[in-house]
Ligand binder design. Structure first.
Ligand SMILES: [Zn+2]
Length: 120
């Protein structure tokens, strides 16, 4: 689901909760049934407001996590096994070496995979 739908859902749930706090008796004309939330108006209405706020909060939190992940990814260093040079992931298209077009490898474990390159 997209962030905007989380926010809309959160606002709707929150408004429904607020509506129950203001007017706990809802008469459903279609069902001809009266919902009476008077006894549970504070836990129910309050709970819905908290749930709505949580939806909105989590959508922003999600965005923050994504941004964090992207920036961490961009700072990731990749190694070219041919030129033995480190490159930032954000500078390399298609994970290829900008100098020699060799496929880049992750820095972690690079020298374990290529022990012969250690003393160059
Ligand atoms: Zn290279």
């Amino acid at each position: 689901m997209r962030r905007i739908s989380y926010i809309i859902l959160g606002v709707l749930i929150g408004l429904f909760g607020l509506g129950i706090l203001i007017n706990p008796i809802i008469y459903h004309t279609g069902l001809r049934y009266q919902f009476d939330f008077t006894d549970v108006r504070w836990p129910f209405g309050g709970g819905l407001i908290i749930l709505g706020a949580f939806f909105i909060w989590s959508s922003f939190r999600k965005k923050a996590i994504e941004t964090e992940k992207t920036s961490r990814d961009e700072k990731k260093v990749l190694m070219c096994p041919k030129c033995i040079k480190p490159f930032y992931k954000k500078d390399c298209e298609d994970l290829k070496c900008p100098d020699c077009q060799a496929p880049l490898e992750e820095l972690s474990g690079f020298y374990e995979r290529h022990p012969e390159l250690k003393n160059r």
